[in-house]
Ligand binder design. Structure first.
Ligand code: NAG
Length: 313
């Protein structure tokens, strides 16, 4: 009864991935490899965009913003999950938990919005090619990017603040691998409908508005592409969109699953999906974008050659 009002002095207990020692080693190795590839792939993409003058276009600058977000999103959960799985002590302080929840929400929200801006960029490039430079000018890009970061961080702050105002007197055992907001609502002894409603509304506004913007952009893009008569021209136009479309489907597929299906976080599938969203998809983004992209691959190849020949001569 004593800790009813003293949430700040208590700790929460998270789940570990498993208790079986050899499985712990396997899981942690998998997470470590995924995390290293994420850091490495995304950093490489940021460097490639930085050093290649030709890639200083809105599309690639947004992509490099996405890479920064991927690194942050993955860092909000992977290190903690690895530590918790290996350590006996799976408790986490309220502050750590709040920070993890805050950064996970804020970075995830920004990623939603940036993906929408990227869709708009493709729309402007394909449907309004003559006005592209005015539509995606530097000031506009900087404004929407800063706006996305600010909006998500403020909304995440408000949510996390009110989540930690709840009294946690029922239990401190979080039924999840990391501090994810929906799992916390089940721990409170107060009725959490107001928090859940606010959560649902914000998730709807941020995720749904971005999603709609992406959908509308692609309806226009596809109808423009279908009007192109040569199949070669069609393919060329669409090839710049396929990477983005793949990334969007993966990211939104998992987000909609986590935040729109009530109680999804209590099932093992729900928990796995939320880990995939933050840990695995962030690794795939730079791979998806680089594999089919001649400019990115070209820059890497050129740099490697330069290094080798420079050192020889
Ligand atoms: C993020 O996007 C903005 C706007 O396009 C750009 O000015 C900035 O350089 C980008 N950041 C990185 C690291 O590429």
């Amino acid at each position: 009864m004593k800790d009813t009002n003293q949430t700040s002095s208590t700790r929460f207990i998270l789940l570990g991935l498993t208790d079986i020692p050899y499985l712990q080693a396997i899981y942690v190795s998998i997470f470590l490899v995924i995390y290293i590839i994420t850091l490495w792939g995304n950093s490489l993409l940021i460097i490639v965009v930085r050093i290649n003058e030709q890639l200083q276009t809105p599309m690639y600058l947004l992509l490099s913003n996405l890479s920064i977000l991927d690194i942050c999103l993955s860092s909000t959960i992977s290190p903690r999950i690895m530590r918790n799985t290996l350590s006996r002590d799976r408790s986490v302080s309220v502050l750590d938990c709040a920070l993890q929840m805050f950064f996970n929400l804020a970075v995830g929200g920004t990623e939603c919005l940036i993906l929408a801006v990227m869709a708009y960029d493709r729309y402007a490039a394909i449907c309004q090619p003559l006005h592209y430079n005015t539509a995606m000018n530097k000031t506009f890009c900087i404004c929407v990017v800063t706006g996305s970061w600010t909006l998500s961080f403020i909304s995440a702050f408000i949510h996390v603040f009110f989540t930690f105002q709840l009294p946690y007197c029922r239990s401190h055992n979080v039924n999840h691998f990391f501090c994810e907001m929906p799992s916390f609502f089940r721990l409170s002894c107060r009725d959490t409908w107001a928090n859940e409603l606010a959560n649902f509304i914000t998730a709807s506004i941020i995720a749904m508005c971005s999603f709609l913007l992406i959908l509308i952009s692609y309806v226009h893009i596809i109808s423009t592409i279908l009007k192109i008569h040569s199949s070669e021209g069609r393919q060329k136009s669409f090839s710049t969109c396929t990477s983005h479309l793949t990334v969007v489907s993966l990211f939104y597929g998992t987000i909609l699953f986590i935040y729109m299906i009530p109680y999804s976080e209590t099932s093992i599938i729900g928990k796995t999906v939320s880990i995939i969203n933050s840990a695995v998809i962030t690794m795939l983004n730079p791979i998806i974008y680089s594999i089919r992209n001649k400019d990115v691959k070209g820059t890497i190849r050129k740099q490697i050659k330069k290094k080798i020949f420079f050192e020889k001569s």
